[in-house]
Design a binder for this molecule. Structure first.
Ligand SMILES: Cc1cc2nc3c(=O)[nH]c(=O)nc-3n(C[C@H](O)[C@H](O)[C@H](O)COP(=O)(O)OP(=O)(O)OC[C@H]3O[C@@H](n4cnc5c(N)ncnc54)[C@H](O)[C@@H]3O)c2cc1C
Length: 430
């Protein structure tokens, strides 16, 4: 990997997401050599992926070059590398560009879509965990309408304009709301020769409420907002299969659709070598102690989505959202310095800053430290918080200008099929 030897201890961070970047920033002025590895050369602001999928934002405004994060930091190295394996005994990692030894290793690989072992759904449904996946979804949505124009068969046309979003968490709710706004504000103008009123947006939730984990008030209001926008909300319905054409559920309900978006769960993006049964908690996350140290490996740490720190308040680990990753990254930066100077490390305590989700224009729900509010004010708070945490001044400006433009013009200009998603439409013909 051509990383020079140094008299400083080498800290290798796998993953430049929320956790990895906040740790790297914290280590910037310390007497350590830091090597950041990521399979992408950019950081992804995942909370806004749904806006890329629905043409509201270009991908460049929610992704940020990792090398730019490290500009001006001494003893920092970035390598574009996918880590395959960790060898804790040899204190070495194996990647697709070579091996690297470490003094301390931090696993910050985040999470990946969890299909709960259903291979049929995995093969046929769309995920929205990365920029390329969001672009695939954007292309598919637009290609479906182009295809719908070409058929006289109304069953086929309806299936092409039917969208099924599985999972009623923030991702499913935000995506459903955005699709409903496209249906209302954009499709009739873009496709005057298509009866786009027949387009359907269905959100299917296995549990009995949307936004589980939010207050009952927020959950109810999100459902009301979605219904106001014309989204069909199905609760208590478990999806069992999708063969590329028909969605089956545990009930009698079936959907004929060309598009299923799977937003029903994530699991830790684990790494070989750190996957022994006693290291892994539920959801494929790595068990860590209160210092984010991996059980039995004092020189290996895990932070963010991949880490499962069981506490009294969080018996199943912290929620897999950005704040635990950011806070754990910051504290670990301090703790690594303490470790190197023979001081005792500080235990992690999560500060829950609240939850929020947006459903559409002027429609959001916020639960922040006992305050529960919904509607226009919540929507402004949601926008402010997302702009604040977005990395990069240019990105903040571009996103802000886009939002103002989209608000005034009722538009989403990035509805472009740049990289077509090759869908086999033949199965809808019979
Ligand atoms: C669609 C969507 C919407 C979301 N909305 C919200 C929201 O509104 N609010 C909120 O708080 N959270 C939200 N989240 C969750 C939030 O994005 C995650 O909790 C957060 O990104 C976790 O940070 P992390 O650092 O653990 O991992 P990530 O940010 O996922 O970063 C992991 C990094 O590791 C890299 N990586 C993974 N495996 C390897 C490997 N083997 N080798 C090299 N590199 C690797 C990846 O490329 C990635 O850059 C959302 C997530 C999604 C998918």
């Amino acid at each position: 990997m051509n990383i020079p030897l140094s008299s400083y201890p080498r800290i290798v961070i796998i993953g430049g997401g929320f956790g990895g970047v906040s740790l790297a920033k914290k280590l910037s002025k310390k007497e350590v050599q830091v090597v950041l590895l990521d399979k992408n050369n950019y950081h992804t602001f995942q909370p806004l992926l749904y806006q890329v999928s629905t043409g509201g934002l270009e991908p460049g405004s929610i992704a940020y070059p990792l090398r730019k994060v490290l500009i001006g930091y001494d003893n920092f190295y970035f390598r574009l590398a996918e880590v395959d394996n960790v060898d804790p005994l040899k204190k070495k990692i194996n990647t697709n560009i070579g091996d690297l030894s470490y003094d301390y290793l931090v696993v910050a690989t985040g999470s990946e879509t969890n299909f709960f072992g259903n291979e049929e759904i995995e093969k046929n449904a769309m995920s929205m965990k990365s920029v390329p996946q969001s672009l695939n979804l954007r292309s598919l949505i637009l290609e479906n309408f182009e295809q719908a124009l070409l058929t006289d068969d109304y069953h086929e046309r309806d299936a092409l304009m039917n969208f099924v979003i599985v999972g009623g968490g923030p991702t499913g709710v935000e995506l459903s709301g955005a699709l409903a706004e496209i249906k209302k504000g954009i499709l009739p103008k873009d496709y005057p020769d298509l009866d786009t009123r027949r387009a359907q947006i269905n959100i299917v939730q296995g549990g009995d409420c949307l936004l589980p984990g939010f207050s009952a008030q927020a959950s109810k209001k999100a459902e009301d907002f979605l219904e106001e926008l014309g989204v069909q909300v199905w609760k208590g319905v478990r999806v069992t299969g999708y063969n590329g054409k028909t969605v089956t559920t545990k009930t009698d309900l079936v959907f004929e659709t060309a598009t299923v978006v799977w937003a029903a769960g994530v699991k830790g993006a684990g790494i070989k070598g750190l996957d022994a049964v006693d290291l892994i908690a539920g959801g494929n996350r790595i068990n860590v102690n209160e210092f984010n140290q991996v059980k039995g490996h004092p020189d290996i740490f895990a932070i963010g989505d991949i880490a499962c720190m069981v506490t009294e308040d969080y018996p199943r680990g912290h929620p897999m959202v950005a704040q635990p990753a950011i806070q754990q990254g910051k504290l670990l930066g301090e703790n690594l310095e303490r470790l190197l100077t023979q001081k005792s490390m500080k235990p992690f305590e999560y500060i829950d800053k609240g939850s929020m989700a947006t459903i559409g224009r002027n429609k959001a729900v916020c639960d922040i430290k006992g305050y529960r509010f919904q509607g226009v004010f919540a929507w402004f708070v949601w926008m402010f918080v997302h702009l604040f945490f977005l990395i990069g001044f240019r990105n903040k400006m571009v996103v802000f200008i886009n939002w103002v433009y989209n608000y005034i013009r009722f538009d989403r200009e990035a509805r472009l099929i740049i990289r077509p998603f090759r869908r086999d439409y033949s199965q809808f013909k019979d």
